[in-house]
Design a protein around this ligand. Structure first.
Ligand SMILES: NC(=O)c1ccc[n+]([C@@H]2O[C@H](COP(=O)([O-])OP(=O)(O)OC[C@H]3O[C@@H](n4cnc5c(N)ncnc54)[C@H](O)[C@@H]3O)[C@@H](O)[C@H]2O)c1
Length: 403
């Protein structure tokens, strides 16, 4: 059946859905891309892009010009449906943020009138365990026989900045709600993925993605915890980690001001929410990484107070959630800047060389900020900060001064 696949309907044209659509269109599939945002549909229809990602503009332009990629507000009939909509969390009344799968369910309801026997419906969004079953349930409620329509999960693992390459090269995990769905979906991915396509069931595939990001979170929490212990003991944490990592089987990550981004800082909560009783280390890691950000805020306040100036000028160097990108989503550096902004004992300079402007922070060029500052605080290890001449005292939370 998979040899007959030619039409793909992609729900959600963001960081995942648009590159996927453009790649498939350039491989000769007829792609019908759907987004609820009319501005997004309008821009893509003109062959342009609304997000920053290397090479994506070339792919989208070629895809639209060839006629293989069409953007629309409404779904259409297809052989394969790909759901690539957001799965954020929301802070409810309890102490664990809860996953919100409303966008997934909404997008599934939207495709119901277009799904036919033999079609494949793939959930690519990062999802709590059981979401793919929920997708199947919504389809069944719409009168679709899910023994005759293949429903599967295939989590996306691409790294922003390298999406076009990683979409092809990464290994993929595919898990269907039935073995037949797994087989059919895996065969589809093998048509354009050069990496290995690994087959499992839907729940394991969902958990695999959450596990990957939780593992990173736990490892970063270890480094962040070490940084606090070393600070109290008067030990240089950077040197310590360098030395420990010379052990042949040790690989400690680098500490920082917390963990940001829309994946590692979000996905572990999906596991904690599913099994709070057993996810003790995963929750603790989240708490340690969040706590590190609050600790940094306290340190900045303390060091600024020690300068003995009425209103010292503090340069906050970096706002992005990791080095050398312009993405501020869930960025701990932004949280630090937001919190200190209201402190009238400080005069703050905000520096983010990867952005031209920001709606809430008036940005200062890095060299100017460093010249004016009474205290220079490195929040993000941007390459551009390395080797700058600084005469003011420095707080380096992310290793800019390290070799
Ligand atoms: N961005 C990444 O690097 C990345 C990596 C791995 C996994 N993911 C996961 O992929 C999923 C999508 O993430 P993203 O970064 O592409 O999000 P995004 O916000 O960039 O894009 C999602 C798009 O879906 C649209 N949308 C919302 N509801 C819709 C609906 N009912 N029908 C059609 N379109 C709808 C939105 O308007 C938006 O354009 C998430 O689950 C995310 O966790 C993202």
């Amino acid at each position: 059946m998979e040899n007959e696949i030619s039409r793909i309907c992609v729900m959600g044209l963001g960081y995942i859905g648009l590159p996927t659509s453009a790649l498939l269109a350039n491989r000769g599939f007829q792609v019908h891309g759907v987004d609820v945002n009319p501005k997004t549909v309008d821009i893509i229809s003109q062959g342009r892009i609304h997000i920053v990602e290397p090479e994506l503009d070339t792919f989208v332009r070629a895809a639209v010009e060839s006629g293989n990629l069409k953007a629309s507000l409404l779904p259409a009939e297809a052989d394969v449906f790909v759901l690539a909509v957001p799965t954020p969390f929301h802070h409810g009344s309890g102490d664990t943020p809860r996953p919100n799968i409303d966008y997934v369910l909404e997008a599934t309801r939207a495709i119901v009138p277009y799904v036919r026997e033999g079609n494949i419906v793939i959930l690519e969004s990062t999802s709590p365990v059981g979401t793919t079953d929920q997708v199947a349930k919504v389809l069944r409620a719409g009168g679709i026989d899910t023994d005759r329509v293949h429903v599967a999960h295939c989590p996306e693992r691409v790294l922003p900045g390298q999406i076009m390459r990683e979409l092809i090269e990464n290994d993929r995990v595919v898990g269907g709600v039935t073995p037949e769905a797994t087989r059919a979906t895996a065969a589809f991915y093998r048509r354009f993925v050069a990496g290995e396509v690994l087959e499992t069931d839907a729940r394991t595939a969902e958990m695999a993605k959450l596990t990957e990001n939780s593992c990173r979170d736990v490892q970063i929490a270890f480094a962040n915890e070490l940084s606090l212990i070393c600070d109290r003991m008067g030990i240089d944490v950077w040197e310590l980690i360098r030395l420990a990592n010379r052990h042949p089987r040790i690989n400690i990550l680098q500490p920082g001001v917390g963990v940001g981004g829309h994946c590692i800082a979000v996905d572990p909560w999906f596991i904690v929410d599913s099994d709070p009783e057993n996810s003790r280390m995963i929750r603790k890691a989240r708490e340690i990484n969040l706590g590190k950000t609050e600790w940094v805020i306290g340190r900045i306040r303390d060091e600024a107070a020690k300068l003995g100036k009425a209103k010292p000028v503090v340069a906050l160097m970096g706002l992005a959630f990791k080095p050398d990108i312009d993405d501020l989503r869930e960025s701990p550096a932004v949280h630090i800047a937001e919190t200190l902004k209201d402190d009238d004992r400080l005069e703050l300079l905000f520096v983010e060389p990867n952005l031209r402007e920001h709606v809430r922070f008036a940005l200062t060029p890095a060299d100017e900020a460093v010249r004016q500052a009474d205290l220079v605080v490195y929040l993000v290890r941007h390459k551009i900060f390395k080797g700058m001449q600084v005469s003011a005292p420095v707080l380096d939370f992310c290793g800019v001064l390290q070799p």
